[in-house]
Design a protein around this ligand. Structure first.
Ligand code: PLP
Ligand code: COI
Length: 341
């Protein structure tokens, strides 16, 4: 298989139109058989549910080339389960059993020429999504949908790779208590765009959102969960019903406890506590593990002792272990690596 002529090492996190995508349509109360297509554009009703009322959801996972030349994905069953949960929350019809993983496998295999080689620093980002393409005008779920899976080679999510980030405490809220923050609804991201652009205009890399009820507890950022390391080496991750159940965060907690022998706490974390931690990072499929060097709370700088030049030592160990497992350099816990080819 001849790979595309791409400078893999200089890729950022951006859309590339690859050769194949998977599409399945929902109509008359059922999903059709689905299959690969080459057409990258979509045509839909001008009154589509996604256009009028943002009825859409998505997932994000990656395919990796391992050292011995296999193409694998990481825990796709968890993305499948989360998409099911998101669909139920948004009144989108759930996919038939097995369809999600089958679609991911087909589209990755068909785009093998776009899967970055082992050691290139890039990975293949897989974006499954479902949107309402059928017309609605009264506020109601649509009766027609498309499930599509697209893939593209990507590099680091944050410019500068693993350089520690500066976050600001956002005055905007991301998710209401009992709202949709715990699912991967497109609308969660639409409403975060102004906050992100405002943060960027003011020189920050991302927002830290607080719990909207008391505005005292750390939730997550617009596209990643948060991890902390205490000065005595305990991994702490914020607990909240309104943050996304990150596959990466759950995997890091397992790695920390069962592989690295660390103490792990999943609990409420107060903004006031941030100054006491030794290290902080963002975690997610796109973000992998990105170190945070500084959090700015309305002009007050909270500087993590790990500093602004490198990842802290514990974050680095977690990063190396997690990516080692994902790329097949280290043994994986049972069921984590899904071989595609
Ligand atoms: N939190 C939000 C809001 C996200 O969009 C993502 C990205 O998927 C994550 C966390 C990280 O989740 P995961 O590790 O499953 O990619
Ligand atoms: C992912 O990490 O897969 C996401 O969906 C986050 C997104 C903000 C790029």
């Amino acid at each position: 298989m001849e790979k595309k002529n791409i400078d893999w090492g200089s890729l950022g996190f951006a859309y590339t139109e690859t050769d194949y995508r998977y599409s399945s349509l929902y109509k008359d109360g059922k999903w059709d058989e689905g299959g690969l297509i080459t057409e990258p554009s979509v045509t839909m009703s001008e009154c589509a549910g996604v256009l009028q009322y943002s009825q859409s959801c998505f997932e994000g996972l990656k395919a990796y080339t391992t050292e011995d030349g296999h193409i694998v994905t990481f825990r796709p069953d968890l993305n499948d389960a989360r998409m099911h949960e998101t669909c139920e929350r948004l009144e989108i019809p759930t996919l038939p059993e097995g369809r999600f993983i089958e679609a991911v496998e087909e589209v990755v295999k068909a785009n093998e020429a776009w899967v970055p080689p082992f050691g290139s620093g890039a990975t293949l980002y897989i974006r499954p999504f479902i949107y309402a393409n059928g017309p609605v005008i009264g506020v109601a779920p649509a009766t027609e949908y498309e499930f599509r899976v697209i893939v593209m080679p990507v590099g680091p999510y944050f410019k500068g790779g693993v350089k520690p980030l500066t976050l600001r405490v956002s005055d905007f809220d991301r998710a209401a208590p009992r709202g949709t923050g715990h699912v991967k609804a497109g609308l969660n991201y639409a409403m975060s765009l102004h906050a992100i652009m405002d943060a960027h205009r003011k020189g920050f890399d991302e927002n830290v959102y607080l719990d909207p009820a008391s505005r005292t507890k750390i939730e997550e950022t617009g596209g990643a969960n948060i991890i902390f390391v205490t000065k005595d080496g305990t991994l702490v991750t914020p607990r909240s019903d309104s943050i996304l159940k990150s596959v990466t965060r759950r995997s890091i907690c397992y790695v920390a406890e069962h592989i690295l022998g660390m103490k792990v706490e999943h609990r409420e974390v107060y903004l006031d506590e941030v100054a006491d931690f030794a290290e902080m990072g963002l975690c997610g499929t796109a973000a992998v593990i990105s170190p945070v060097g500084k959090v700015v709370d309305h002009g007050k700088e909270i500087c993590l002792p790990s500093g602004m030049t490198d990842m802290g030592p514990v974050t680095k160990k977690l990063y190396e272990t997690l990516t080692g497992i994902q790329m097949g350099r280290l043994p994986a816990p049972e069921g984590w690596i899904h071989v595609i080819k």
